[in-house]
Design a protein around this ligand. Sequence first.
Ligand SMILES: CC(C)(COP(=O)(O)OP(=O)(O)OC[C@H]1O[C@@H](n2cnc3c(N)ncnc32)[C@H](O)[C@@H]1OP(=O)(O)O)[C@@H](O)C(=O)NCCC(=O)NCCS
Length: 399
Amino acid sequence: MNAKGVVIGDPRHDGDVEAFARVDGESFGSSFEVSLAWTRRIAEHATVRVARSGDDIVGGYALLPVGQFYGGRSVPARAVVAVCVHPAQRRKGIAGILLRDLVDVAGGSGAALAPLQAATTRLYRRWGWELGDRGLTQTVRTSALAQLRGSGDVVQSPDDRSLEALRRAYLPAWVGPLDRPDWWLAVEWKLADDANEQRRIYGWSEDGRLTGYVRYRARHESTPWLAIAVEELMATTADALRGLLGFLGGLEAQAPEITFRDSAIRPRSELLYLVPDADKSMKAQSRICWMQRLVAPGLAMRMRGWPQYAAAQLHLEVSDPARPDAERFVLEVSDGEGELSPGGDGRIRCGVGVLSSWYSSTMRAREAVRLGWLEGPTADVEAMDSLLGDRDAWLPDFF
Ligand SMILES: CC(C)(COP(=O)(O)OP(=O)(O)OC[C@H]1O[C@@H](n2cnc3c(N)ncnc32)[C@H](O)[C@@H]1OP(=O)(O)O)[C@@H](O)C(=O)NCCC(=O)NCCS
């Protein structure tokens, strides 16, 4: 069995989009109708690519144009979604062909990065992605939030544009969060596929200014109680944080627990400090991993911010499973700017996946050395890590 004859290309007509939606629905367990509505909607904003075998669509993927905050700047990225191969066509290498195409298409369309939430780390690692962070789902007893108060008011359903503007002002303090376009929620949130589920967004307002919001789903599970899954909690002030958590505490009568899913709040979250007896009233579970990949290393190094105090010149030799030969670059960082030029003696050697994790501050070069994934003189490894600065990695977005 092999994937001979499989060709990746753009959908030629609506029939191709429908056929892709069928594979997507079957692969991710959603109905054809929901999958088709979602695929048509993203096709308005995103790049959809399909794998064709003869007249059949056997798989595909989509790329959502976003930015990703690094060092205080928004780096152009393509968020990878809907990577799928029809169940009857798996284990022939089709996903590998799709991912090689993806690297070219994303890089060729002006993106530097291709982040994804990985259902399988094995597949993506093979093709040059590496771990950003592991998504952490944290659950807290609702009654533990009920005493929290902030000055300000809850506002109902703030408009999407204000929410994205708030995020853009708040999230550059971390490395990794998505800088989302204003249409993001219309595509990734509002196409609800479940009549038993309520989807809600509440804002927090101080002196007429939106200072935070919470976005969550509520549904009846097997118990009489509501299950609340918070997808986002953005709080730009201490009052917004306490106010929104207290608001969630107000759901106590119907919902004994509140779940903050997949790093909706930071792994070492403020809840650990605000909730009494966090050891007893909170639990955490790790699930899907954020994986990161540089698809245009030069652009990635140039577009991000670097710490003002950082300065180094690094000679890198980077291997990439999507490229025939390893490439040599010199990375120069000074005065908060970075530049990657071809050439150099390649004395630091690593794969593009390790470079992607390092870029995201989630794997230090010295840790990669311990894994046997990076080689280089100790002084250069130390210089490499000195460039990373003190912003923590956090990808609050699940897509
Ligand atoms: C994940 C998914 C896209 C993989 O698709 P695929 O085409 O089967 O992937 P590949 O064939 O490239 O690789 C799968 C395995 O088959 C193996 N393989 C590849 N070619 C092969 C061949 N000719 N003969 C036998 N095995 C082969 C690969 O080595 C790989 O092995 P592994 O299990 O050790 O990793 C597919 O399983 C899927 O659609 N899953 C559901 C949706 C999903 O979860 N997508 C990921 C979202 S993040």
